[in-house]
Design a protein around this ligand. Sequence first.
Ligand code: COA
Ligand code: AMP
Length: 641
Amino acid sequence: MTSRYPSEYRRWSEDPEAFWAEAAKAIDWFEPWDSVFDAQAGVYGRWFNGAKTNTCYNCVDRHIQNGRGDQSALIYDSPITGAKKTFTFLELRDEVATLAAVIRDLGVSKGDRVIIYMPMTPEAVIAMLACARIGAIHSVVFGGFAGPELATRLDDAKPDLIIAASCGIEPGRIVPYKPMLDEAIELATHKPRACLVLQREQHECDLIDGRDVDFASAMESARAAGRNADCEPVEATDPLYILYTSGTTGQPKGVVRDNGGHMVALAWSMNAIYGMRPGEVFWAASDVGWVVGHSYIVYAPLLHGNATVLFEGKPVGTPDAGTFWRVIAEHKVAALFTAPTALRAIKKEDPEGKFIAGHDLDHFRTLFLAGERADPDTIEWARTKLGVPVIDHWWQTETGWTIAGNPVGLGALTVKPGSSTVAMPGYDIRILDDAGHPVEDGKLGNIVVKLPLPPGCLPTLWNADSRFQDTYLAEFPGYYKTADAGYIDDDGYLFIMARTDDIINVAGHRLSTGAMEEVIAGHPDVAECAVIGIEDQLKGQLPLGFVILNTGVTRSPEEIEQELVREVRTHIGPVAAFKIAIVVNRLPKTRSGKILRGTMQKIADGQEWKMPATIDDPAILTEIDDALSARGFAKKAASLA
Ligand code: COA
Ligand code: AMP
């Protein structure tokens, strides 16, 4: 079939407002917009100014009115606990409306913030939708983050309420959330009024009188009293959520998502990009704490009338490398969206794909990958073993949906392994050199998007317009800086090659090396440090920290290295996967004092590297190489040009 992509992209570029006004017909609006796009509003303009709507209404209630009440909406499958439960749209609406009433009774109203710190339980999704229902702004914090990270978000978002669970469950261990929650509230300057705590049977926690409210009892009382909340009309431009993402410092950035543009973009993507028809089952094997979870576990599938799978487990070990195929078969999943690292984990345990056999994958049409670079080997393995197209696509927390992809619903384009394919309507992607000049096709440069960003992308950072401006819009005037580097080939295909900042990507999780350096530098024995991301076969990258100790420190370097690993785990969380600290005598620097992180990374990865012209003392690079080799990391074969 010939793809409709070229004509759709042209239709968008000729008249973006008409394109998005057409897409907006998929959404129910309580009041129409004054303008599709108002260039004068906000930092770079706002979409659907003046319109009133409600995201929860569009995700849940209207499907009931349109006859989908008895259709599955949320399929919870938890191999880690053995639990399974399906909610129809009607059942989901009842849970959400009840919880919305509970939240409201706890004093939360439109515009107030609610932090959700929960594992992959249905209550997490219900809590997000309940906030949306009453116009409260949720901020979900991933369970793998520790107390101090939660505290930073508390002080930035200033929530009235935290909805939390007593524990998360990782293979072989229970992760008690309550101590981290209490620590965060203790550390933060801002104190929430109340905490609504879901007690999980695997580990119940103590509740603090006067602050903590038991989730189940509150729901029970609300149900008994017949309490439920209706959908509150909100402005299309009102925030739906804040999602914190790693920046270049320890202070995460609060990405703001609005209600109207977000719904329009996501609803459009479900058919055009993912090729989904209402009523089918979609599965994003991510976590509600990440943007993929927000967009493609919760909002997009529900907006489009799809059932969505909420999977509490891992690709391997819960119980084996066949879990994904069991879930696809059992729930008749039409499309799976996951990170390449999950497939690498499966492939490592089951290279022959033996676990695939015996599962009926008849409904399974497409596998989508994002979150990190999809290596051609993994793509090829999945394609041959599963017999479905494997589609890479590139996006970020900031955009909330695909910047470049292969729009299956419009008719898939030829896959070029290693490329995330082409710009989606809404995105005018350019490759610029550091001075802001366009580079030729095939040449590496900074990937930027011409403003305005399309609906769904962040209009700003929470309470930080000028940080938004400085971080994303200042370096290349008129463009949004993605902080990814890459190139476009002669066919217009985009290749994402690297980050241009200090963000690393560990198992599809975006982490700031700057944040880890802040923790390490806080250790009393540490004089200086540099964290880099080194290549890892399974997780893509792993953080590695070089550390210089203060003069006069007499404790053994090994002991301090272990302490630093523990410190990063307790300050940032296990998700940082920081397990390698190496004490060295000196760090390589330029004459102006800039640490040569990029060169150290190349040495660690065994890549070719050039002696930087501005290096202060070239001998230090040999010391780094030796320190890495001593730990079995450096591949000394790499040439020293
Ligand atoms: N709560 C508490 N701890 C968590 C957690 C959570 N929600 N999620 C992860 N962790 C912990 C893990 O238990 C692990 O702890 P450990 O150091 O004690 O082993 C650590 O954080 C690192 O986790 P992870 O990077 O996930 O590694 P893993 O070895 O447990 O699993 C994979 C490896 C590849 C199976 C796993 O990373 C995976 O499924 N990745 C898919 C990524 C993904 O979905 N990304 C979202 C973007 S699409
Ligand atoms: P996050 O904000 O956590 O979604 O991470 C976004 C970053 O992950 C991007 O800026 C890229 O660096 C990386 N990324 C996401 N998807 C891809 C992809 N398909 N190919 C290469 N890198 C990707």
